[in-house]
Design a protein around this ligand. Structure first.
Ligand code: ADP
Length: 707
């Protein structure tokens, strides 16, 4: 569901709820109106029934003269006449009083001449009421008929002597009251017989002309919700008046009774439907109006997140929303301007960098890990002899295919295969014509992007001149050092001579001679070391390998250092490690390495300390030599540096009459033997210098190319 749909549904829910409540309320109030109308009609019908019962009681009272007739039975016929005349006189409602003999023929009658003008006595034996009363022997009311517009009820009353009274009683007063009774504006009260037919003389043409009635009345009282007539649908209640055997019926047009038309539900439904349509339309419109600017802004923000600031969002909506769209567009404008500024700046920077890289004298190559060249500058193309611009470099040609020199190619492959992250090699590069392009220092490094390494960068620096200069310097330096040997020898010779003839010398002079001798020794050591180093570096140092035994080496070292240790109050342990103890090496050179390490250990270990020399075999056919001391130790970041030429630790403690060449020479010698040297140390916790060389040395005769 998107924003619009959610908003629309919620708004619709809120808006339709009152419509629904209104609908329920209308239906409920309609129920109440119906209930009121029903009760009202039932009360009217009951009241009318009570009135009928009252009329019946009145008729019974008027029939009191029957007693007189029974008392006079068989006595004085003229008295009967008088009794009847008196009753007729007292009760004007008697329209006819007939006295029937036992065969039901009239023997006397008194009647309203307007209603009964005929003067003859009739035979009433065929009258159904007379017959019924004869049968039952009980007085009974007959049907109500209309005669000359007068409602009359027949009454048959048997007398004790077999005669019978047949009476027509006027119900005019009762009828008038019934007729006058109105139910609402159009409703009327009716009386119906047992077949539900309206009794004559009551409201004409109501509820419709020639009304056929309700049909057989099977209940004493009841309510009709839908009585269809030609004058419309009616409601009504009926109530039985048992004395007269008739029912009162209160009828009223349904529309009037319920104060609404029959089409009311349709009207309500139409109204609610129209209201719902209006509400849905309104909710849709409002949702659209409110959410459209927001969705447009979301789309705009998504565009902005892709750095597309070109298309503004439509400035729609009311008030704050409109203001928001406007502010959003302003913000986009600002961002666009900033972006353009940035792009210009980046382009400018790019042009600068490109110009720099293009024109730099060093060769620069950037290649992906698949070996494809991503960038190659002019210098690199010239060095490697690659034709064309890097953009035209065929994609299927890989960098390492373009490099002829095996050392450089191997280094590139190592980096492309991610075996190393950085490497360097110094080599002479030759062109396709076989002529030298010079000596190049080639450094390669894996370069990373935001999501990891993207490839390798190779920088090729022409060091031909640099190396030539270095060589010249070295040569010059060595020739000076070499030339120093003979003056030093002369000094030594003369000092020795003077010491031999020092009889006339005082203490001062002797001390000065000692100083000269010590200094000259130091100078000679330095000169020797420098020359040795030069020999090692130039590859002119030749090894003379021979089988040697570790115990012998250990023993010769012990001879030299046991006494020195004692005089310095440093205990020295000489341990022979695992077998085999034999190894092929240039023994004098290896002993010098050990002596160098022992000398340093003695130099840096304070009195009371301890030095351990251990020689023994380790795995993989290696012989391990280690010199452990309890001296000041070496900082972690200097562990490799101590093996560099002229490198001394800059802590004030270490500068103890040396020149930083000893360990560099050791390293060279060990490497010439195909071995490795390193130091394990922690500052303040002593040092352990270790070197390993193979038992069966693969003699490396030159050390010239190893850095
Ligand atoms: P040097 O002739 O100056 O001793 P080395 O090459 O033998 O030159 O040693 C280089 C530096 O290494 C020394 O100056 C010293 O700082 C450090 N070093 C060498 N051996 C030890 C050791 N056993 N304990 C502490 N520092 C040492």
């Amino acid at each position: 569901m998107n924003l619009f749909q959610r908003f629309f549904v919620v708004l619709l829910g809120f808006a339709l709820a009152p419509v629904l409540v209104t609908g329920i309320w209308i239906v409920n109030s309609n129920e109440a109106v119906r209930e009121n109308a029903r009760q009202f009609h039932q009360q009217v019908a009951e009241l009318a029934a009570d009135t009928l019962e009252g009329a019946a009681a009145q008729i019974n009272r008027a029939m009191g003269f029957v007693e007189d007739l029974n008392r006079n039975a068989g006595k004085d016929p003229s008295l009967d006449t008088k009794i009847i005349q008196k009753a007729a006189f007292l009760h004007s409602s008697f329209a006819l009083i007939s006295l029937l003999d036992p065969s039901d023929k009239e023997v006397f009658k008194i009647a309203n001449p307007q209603l009964f003008p005929e003067r003859v006595y009739e035979d009433r034996s065929s009258d159904p009421l007379v017959q019924a009363v004869r049968k039952s022997g009980e007085a009974s009311f007959g049907p109500i008929l209309e005669r000359e517009g007068m409602p009359l009820i027949s009454i048959a009353h048997p007398l004790d002597d077999g005669r019978m009274l047949f009476i027509q009683y006027s119900l005019r007063n009762l009828w008038r009251r019934i007729k006058q009774q109105k139910v609402g504006r159009q409703g009327r009260l009716l009386l119906v017989d047992a077949q539900g037919r309206a009794l004559p003389g009551l409201p004409e043409g109501f509820p419709e002309p020639d009304w056929q009635g309700l049909g057989s009345m099977d209940r004493p009282s009841g309510w009709m919700d839908h009585l269809r007539t030609r004058n419309g649908v009616m409601v009504g209640a009926f109530q039985h008046a048992p004395s007269l055997g008739i029912w009162t019926l209160s009828l009223q047009a349904r529309s009037e009774a319920f104060a609404r038309s029959d089409r009311f539900p349709v009207h309500v439904a139409t109204f609610l439907f129209a209201l719902s349509v209006l509400v849905i339309g309104g909710a849709y419109w409002l949702s659209q109006r409110l959410t459209f600017p927001l969705t447009q802004m979301i789309v705009g923000a998504q565009r902005a997140s892709r750095s597309d600031f070109n298309q503004p969002v439509p400035e729609l909506g009311w008030g704050e929303l409109n203001l928001l769209s406007k502010s959003f567009n302003q913000m986009m404008g600002t961002l666009k301007a900033y972006q353009e500024l940035q792009v210009d700046r980046i382009m400018e920077e790019k042009a600068k960098v490109e110009a720099l890289v293009r024109n730099i004298p060093d060769g620069i190559i950037l290649a992906g890990f698949d070996g494809h060249i991503l960038y190659i500058n002019v210098a690199a193309r010239l060095i490697l002899g690659v034709a064309g611009d890097y953009t035209t470099t065929p994609k299927d040609r890989q960098l390492h295919d373009m490099v002829r020199e095996p050392a450089l190619r191997d280094m590139i492959i190592r980096l492309l295969r991610k075996q190393k992250r950085s490497d360097l090699v110094e080599l002479e590069i030759k062109g396709a014509d076989g002529l030298s392009r010079g000596l190049f220092h080639c450094a390669a490094v894996a370069v990373g992007g935001a999501k990891g390494d993207i490839g390798i960068l190779i920088v090729m620096r022409d060091v031909t001149t640099e190396r030539k200069l270095d060589q010249m310097k070295e040569d010059f330096f060595h020739s000076i050092v070499h030339d120093l040997r003979s003056p030093i020898s002369s000094i030594d010779g003369f000092v020795e001579l003077m010491q031999k003839r020092a009889d006339g010398f005082g203490d001062k002079e002797r001390k000065y001679l000692d100083y000269i001798q010590t200094s000259s020794k130091l100078l000679r050591d330095l000169v020797n070391n420098i020359l040795e180093m030069a020999k090692l570096e130039s590859g002119t140092m030749k090894l003379e390998p021979a089988l040697a035994q570790a115990p012998e080496i250990l023993e010769s070292i012990r001879k030299i250092y046991a006494i020195q240790g004692e005089s310095k109050k440093v205990s020295i342990l000489f341990n022979l490690g695992q077998r085999p103890h034999g190894l092929v090496c240039d023994r004098p050179l290896i002993e010098r390495v050990i002596m160098n390490l022992m000398g340093n250990a003695l130099k840096y270990t304070p009195s009371g300390g301890q030095i351990t020399l251990e020689i023994g075999a380790v795995e993989a056919g290696q012989m391990e030599f280690s010199v452990t001391d309890t001296g000041p130790g070496i900082p972690k970041n200097q562990l490799d540096a101590v093996f560099e030429k002229f490198r001394q630790l800059d802590d004030g403690v270490s500068r103890k009459g040396g020149y930083g060449l000893g360990l560099a020479i050791c390293k060279k010698v060990v490497e010439l033997h195909g071995g490795k040297i390193w130091v394990e140390s922690e500052q303040g916790k002593g040092s352990r210098f270790v070197f390993r060389i193979p038992h069966q040395m693969a003699v490396q005769q030159t050390a010239g190319t190893t850095a």
